[in-house]
Design a protein around this ligand. Sequence first.
Ligand SMILES: Nc1ncnc2c1ncn2[C@@H]1O[C@H](COP(=O)(O)OP(=O)(O)O)[C@@H](O)[C@H]1O
Ligand SMILES: [Mg+2]
Length: 507
Amino acid sequence: MVARINTVAFQGIEVKPVDVQVQISGGLPAFNIVGLPDKAVAESKERVRAALHALGLSLPPKRLTVNMAPADLSKEGSHFDLPIALGVLGAMEILPKEELAEYVVLGELSLDASIRPVSGVLPTAVHANENALKLICPQDCGGEAAWAGDIDILAPRDLLQLINHIKGSQVLSRPEARLRSEGDAPLPDLSAVKGQESAKRALEIAAAGGHNLLMCGPPGSGKSMLAACLPGILPPLSAAEALEVSMIHSLAGALPDGGLLHRRPFRNPHHSASQPAMVGGGHRVKPGEISLAHHGVLFLDELPEFARATLEALRQPLETGDTLVARANAHIRYPARFQLIAAMNPCRCGYLGDPGRECTKAPRCGADYQARISGPLLDRIDLQVDVMPVRIEDLHGGAAGERSDVVAERVAAARDVQASRYQALGMQGSALVNARADGAILEAAALMEPEARDLLGRAAAQAKLSARGYFRVLRVARTIADLAGGAEVISVAAVAEALGYRRVLAA
Ligand SMILES: Nc1ncnc2c1ncn2[C@@H]1O[C@H](COP(=O)(O)OP(=O)(O)O)[C@@H](O)[C@H]1O
Ligand SMILES: [Mg+2]
């Protein structure tokens, strides 16, 4: 009398099938769960017992063994309650075992037998679809599961509804696919930012070429405001990207009302964020902020205030577009292709370089403050700009700036130019932007007119640019040319402008 239920365990964004086997045998009454369960899974038996009790069912006074195979895969999380409960009902011959075997099941049980939302429903639904199985998930997660395609989904509110459906006395309808309603709040618009023309230009270039951007300027100059405008000028997520991003958010339990994300994520973790919170990991491995920002924007405000180790941990993901969390028994990979926007004050008090307000320790204080950011990290930030204080004339009755949707059109056009170029050059992936071009591909993509080449050569020699620094300028120049219509050969004007976005931190 063994009942088997399909469920899953998560390793990074990978979904691993787990087979829950429930056996009732003679012997002293007992209820054991084996197969590398963590604490939440071990506690599952109390919830299952209570939920069945709430329906007026009691466990048989026999030996009940739950095995979760494969035994060497660690089982984390609370979504095993429902598969265990259904396995028990199958083994007790209350529900037909053959029918239960057609489903992948996940859900957490309350003591009153209602089914609570869990994380990871969307990737599980995709997994069920690939394996031609049906899905049982909590009601609140149904809207998320329905995106996975044309599969049968049961999203019951409680265990009783589910039992009634399987027994045929009540019919559950398929949940509707939902978009996340949070997306309806309007995004901050660039037209609200007065003045700051050069910072806005840098933001537009960053959006067009997918470049990382560092803004340095005194407090209250609008750096945070500018950064918040970025999602509004980036092109919308493609359907495939939206699914990918939503899967990560689903795993992190960050799709609370069960809808798909349709906007580029904008994450701004506080500078007290720990390294696991930033890159992923922790007791139960979860995606970190950089993975939640996948295909979107990671905004680090007050960059030098972040812990050094946290910042250094960003270097590898910035290069590879993913992050690897090493555990004792597995390496867990999360995608993390994000665009980094960082903001900082030039020194601790913030007014370095402002003759009326800088402190007595200037410029030493600024050098110390800025030295907290390592060279290798700065090397990965293509655009570095100074943001000046807003001019009072601009603030006071200054003309409204360009709206975000106008800028977004130029950005989209520049991205189209890049996509067709890099497709022709054989670059892989979904975001084909200049920021990702390197080595031979960049050389082929960034042809310069002779004067432009001379200018870059001279500037590089004078400023003792590293190879990375040289290519950074080249990539930005390529984007500037793409924004101006996408001429194949980069002009001297574009190179000259690009050289201006190379702020050398610390005097
Ligand atoms: N260029 C600007 N145009 C309009 N308002 C601004 C501008 N810069 C700053 N502000 C106002 O000042 C506030 C603080 O700006 P913020 O972006 O937080 O500055 P920072 O991050 O540089 O310290 C904003 O909420 C906004 O009201
Ligand atoms: Mg700020």
